[in-house]
Design a protein around this ligand. Structure first.
Ligand code: HEM
Length: 479
């Protein structure tokens, strides 16, 4: 049992009787955003909510003396500008030897220091603006196919639709795999693998037929094989114009390339990082527009004047200024990634508190984005606030900040604008009158039971249906 005296001095909730810090963890995991809000309001900007006893919440670090929250832009800056002190940690142990599972887990999220910098340098060319612009045609074709399949008058779960669309776009643009044309659905395999990896029972490592661990390792082998097949195909066939083709070719300044293991790890992580996040951003933006008819109407006017019904070109996407502010505000108010984790790999000091080695440190874009001193009336969805404010990188960080900032931010932003512009011009998506929207927060924030919408022809009538929307999303945004 580690009881570091430093962590005991940081203010925070008492352990729950009998079960101790595990009780605090359970409360946090049940409803992370309420817990973060209460902790911030009650204890201030540095809060220890689990102390002692290898209290790992999310990392696999050894001898964890506790988990703390660090709130606000000054703490964000301290954490994100010292990446060698506050290191990224894999959510699951990668200390399993040289296996398919380790390969799949050892992408950029679990790398630090020189290795992280080298891999990031090798990945950057595939995410340069000019390269990303070449994905516009694939994104448009897949969106068009989805919209063709919708029928006016029907009700759909638009979150499920956005998950499917962003899966298809990710498979094509990241790996050159066309799921709609019958290629192996590697995206669905990754989804299944991620879900299986989140099953807490796999940590027991009971390797018998039918156990969660055996199912997980079998999935790992299948997924690993699928990646090797794709890589082999690409090595024979050259550049398919996708991200993975670029990663295979890129060399750093020393002439070094990614190894086969690194390519598998990075490919897997890219899908994981880019798929659900973008689907959630799209879903929340549709939801927010639907509940703010005045802004929705202005967005439609902008689409009419810039596009006049056409699919936007790359240049036109850059001209959709209001839509840009809408997405920026949506990412602020309903951040798809509401909190993130680091581990202090050396003893350090944060806002006057000593932080022992091994401490898990959680920083939160969500809490920062809802601070009234940075964003007056933070729960108000107000895209026009961006005409007059210019927050620092540590005050507005839906994509993180510093050397670990999201590599796919430009990619996601272009995809979101293109999909929304095409979808809104074609259909009016209305929440049914009895809609209930709850949030679900695991690593990302999504609508718990999907987002039901009635598909109607875009008849430019923007009244809100069902003024009394139900659900705990109302705690985050006035709707
Ligand atoms: C709206 C959509 C997205 C959001 C909100 C988002 C959010 C984030 C955040 C908050 C981080 C920083 C994590 C940290 O501090 O450790 C991150 C990192 C990352 N994201 Fe995204 N992301 C999005 C889309 C994408 C896309 C489309 C891709 C790729 C296709 C991508 C690839 C990555 C990668 C590789 C990293 C790790 C960077 C590193 O550790 O150096 N993301 N993302």
């Amino acid at each position: 049992m580690i009881k570091d005296s430093a962590i005991m001095k940081i203010p925070g909730p008492k352990p729950v009787p009998v079960i101790g810090w595990r009780g605090n963890m359970l409360q946090f995991l049940r409803d992370p955003l309420t817990y973060l809000n209460n902790a911030h309001r009650t204890y201030g900007s540095v809060v220890a909510f689990a102390r002692g006893g290898n209290s790992n919440l999310l990392s696999s670090v050894d001898h964890c003396p506790g988990t703390i929250f660090a709130f606000g832009s000054a703490n964000n800056q301290a954490i994100l500008t010292q990446p060698d002190v506050y290191q990224s940690s894999p959510m699951s142990s990668t200390k399993l030897g040289h296996t398919p599972t380790t390969r799949l887990l050892s992408g950029i999220f679990s790398m630090n220091g020189d290795k992280h910098r080298q891999q990031r340098r090798l990945m950057m060319p595939a995410f340069h603006k000019k390269r990303i612009e070449t994905y516009r045609d694939d994104m448009a074709a897949m969106t068009d196919r989805m919209l063709e399949s919708w029928q006016a008058g029907s009700q759909r779960d638009v979150h499920a639709d956005m998950m499917e669309l962003t899966l298809q776009i990710a498979c094509k643009t990241l790996f050159g795999v066309n799921v709609a044309a019958g290629d192996q659905n590697i995206g669905a395999m990754i989804e299944k693998w991620i879900k299986s990896n989140l099953n807490p029972l796999i940590t027991a490592k009971v390797d018998l037929p039918g156990t969660p661990y055996r199912k997980f390792t079998t999935l790992s082998t299948q997924l690993d094989n699928a990646f090797h097949e794709i890589l082999e195909r690409k090595r024979k066939g050259g550049d398919d114009g996708d991200v993975l083709s670029m990663l295979i070719q890129t060399r750093d300044e020393n002439g070094e390339q990614m190894t086969e293991d690194e390519l598998v790890g990075q490919a897997n992580i890219l899908f994981f990082a880019g798929h659900e996040t973008t689907a959630n951003a799209l879903t929340w933006t549709i939801f927010l527009l639907n509940r703010h008819p005045d802004i929705y109407e202005r967005v439609m006017q902008e689409l009419d004047s810039v596009l006049g019904g056409a699919t936007p070109t790359v240049e036109q996407i850059g001209q959709l200024e209001l839509l840009d502010r809408v997405i920026k505000e949506s990412l602020r108010i309903l951040s798809p990634v509401p909190f993130l984790l680091r581990v202090a790999m050396e003893e350090t000091e944060l806002n006057g508190y000593r932080i022992p080695v091994g401490t898990e440190v959680i920083y939160s874009p969500y809490i920062t984005h809802h601070m009234p001193e940075i964003y007056p009336e933070p729960e108000r969805f107000s895209p026009d606030r961006w005409l007059t404010i210019n927050p620092s990188a540590y005050e507005y960080l839906p994509f993180g900040a510093g050397i670990r900032m999201c590599i796919g931010a430009t990619f996601a932003s272009m995809e979101a604008k293109l999909v929304l512009a095409m979808m809104l011009q074609r259909y009016h998506l209305a929440l049914p009158p009895d809609a209930k929207v709850d949030r679900s927060v695991m690593i990302t924030m999504s609508p718990k039971n999907g987002l039901p919408v009635l598909i109607q022809p875009q008849k430019r009538q923007y009244a809100v249906h069902g003024a009394a929307l139900q659900g705990n999303i109302r705690e985050l945004v006035h709707v």
